[in-house]
Design a protein around this ligand. Structure first.
Ligand SMILES: Cc1cc2nc3c(=O)[nH]c(=O)nc-3n(C[C@H](O)[C@H](O)[C@H](O)COP(=O)(O)OP(=O)(O)OC[C@H]3O[C@@H](n4cnc5c(N)ncnc54)[C@H](O)[C@@H]3O)c2cc1C
Length: 357
């Protein structure tokens, strides 16, 4: 069986690892000259994003044979609105490293892989069809799904990041929401240890040249005084995709619409989509059926995004105040009833705001 994987990112590597376990050696094409993005950044696995899954690392280990080592645990989440703030405490998730460092998720995955990655090999999925029995599109972009007309964009933003130095609580993550400098996006700070952190601002629906102004406003308004040792920028785009299999071509990771349209989180879902692609190819399992729970989560997150797009600063403050209420606080720790209720309320809000339009 000849299988080509386009992209040695999270979904591509997870797929290659699982194929090897199932006795298939794929060919992995990667356009870069090494694994991981050139700039190091942090990835959060936040428990509340992927309800009903409570502990994403445990789930990856138990159900998908992916054993990742985090650099830390998140025990304090500070949510900062324009005028209000709220602290969530308890076990809330994990922090992992991304990029080219040995501890990055990419390198942790690759350390278990026997198949050599073909670096500096940018390929187009349709060019591979004649030479391979199966193609896995895991290039992290919408390109192929858009060509097929099955991509529905949910979140498009420019992201500015900076690696900063100072003193940090290694278990504390901060989020800022303010339409003044983030529009309907957000800013966050994730520690990489006690003396380093990654600061990120994600602003949707702006041109690249506007990003610096939003960044300066954020730094000024939130009085960030830390030294910015490395700055980087990237484009972030997520969308919904259906179907995820076209003939013998499978779409995994962000290419398959497995990144949340609300906050752009997708480590967990992209890894799973990679593993499920491998199982569908090697074991003949039904990919669509196996990823349907992820699709439901992605649809829920897309509704959250639509809802979030309608909010002004006053609404953001109200939401943060509401989240501080003891009735809604189980949301952070995976209570399915509270999640369901929140989803119903969002659907109701969207229906009625559409009526008004
Ligand atoms: C700044 C930032 C912060 C994030 N933070 C979080 C977070 O905290 N938590 C979270 O869950 N998610 C987070 N995400 C999202 C997460 O990074 C993505 O969901 C995930 O990386 C997508 O995995 P993927 O395998 O689809 O794509 P990628 O990991 O991007 O891999 C795609 C690979 O394909 C390669 N490639 C592209 N085109 C070709 C081609 N034509 N031929 C060969 N190779 C190709 C690329 O070079 C790349 O190596 C963040 C994303 C960004 C940008």
């Amino acid at each position: 069986m000849k299988v080509a994987i386009v992209g040695a990112g999270l979904a591509g590597l997870a797929c290659a690892l699982e194929l090897e376990k199932l006795g298939v050696q794929p060919v992995v094409f990667e356009q870069r000259h090494r694994l991981g993005s050139p700039f190091p950044f942090a990835a959060m696995l936040l428990d509340f994003i992927f309800h009903p899954v409570k502990d994403q690392l445990q789930e990856l280990r138990n159900q998908y044979h992916i054993n990742l080592k985090p650099i830390g645990e998140i025990r304090l989440l500070r949510l900062q609105g324009p005028r209000t703030s709220y602290n969530v405490r308890g076990h809330l998730g994990y922090i992992l490293l991304r990029g080219q460092n040995q501890e990055s998720i990419e390198n942790q995955l690759a350390s278990g892989l026997k198949t050599p990655v073909r670096f500096v090999s940018p390929v187009a999925p349709k060019d591979l069809l004649k030479d391979f029995d199966y193609i896995v599109v895991a290039d992290g972009s919408k390109k192929y799904a858009q060509e097929l007309g099955i991509w529905q964009s949910t979140y498009r933003a420019w992201v500015r990041g900076a690696n900063i130095t100072g003193k940090f609580n290694p278990r504390e993550v901060r989020f800022w929401f303010n339409t003044g400098y983030a529009k309907s996006g957000f800013a966050c700070m994730v520690p990489l240890g006690i003396d380093r952190a990654v600061l990120t601002l994600s602003v949707p629906q702006i041109d690249h040249q506007e990003l610096d102004k939003y960044w300066q406003d954020f730094i000024k308004q939130e009085k960030i005084h830390a030294d910015q040792v490395l700055k980087w920028e990237t484009r972030s785009e997520s969308g919904l995709v259906f179907p995820h299999r076209i003939g013998n071509t499978f779409l995994a990771g962000n290419s398959g619409g497995f990144v949340s349209g609300w906050l752009g989180f997708g480590v967990f879902s992209c890894l799973i989509s990679g593993v499920e692609t491998a199982r569908a190819i090697a074991l003949g399992q039904n990919y669509e059926k196996r990823v349907s729970f992820l699709q439901q989560i992605m649809e829920r997150q897309a509704r959250c995004r639509m809802f979030w797009n309608t909010l002004n600063n006053h609404n953001l403050d109200n939401i943060i105040t509401l989240l501080g209420n003891p009735i809604t606080s189980p949301l952070w720790h995976g209570n399915p009833n509270v999640t369901k209720l929140a989803d119903h309320l969002i659907a109701f809000w969207l229906k009625n705001s559409c009526h008004l339009n």
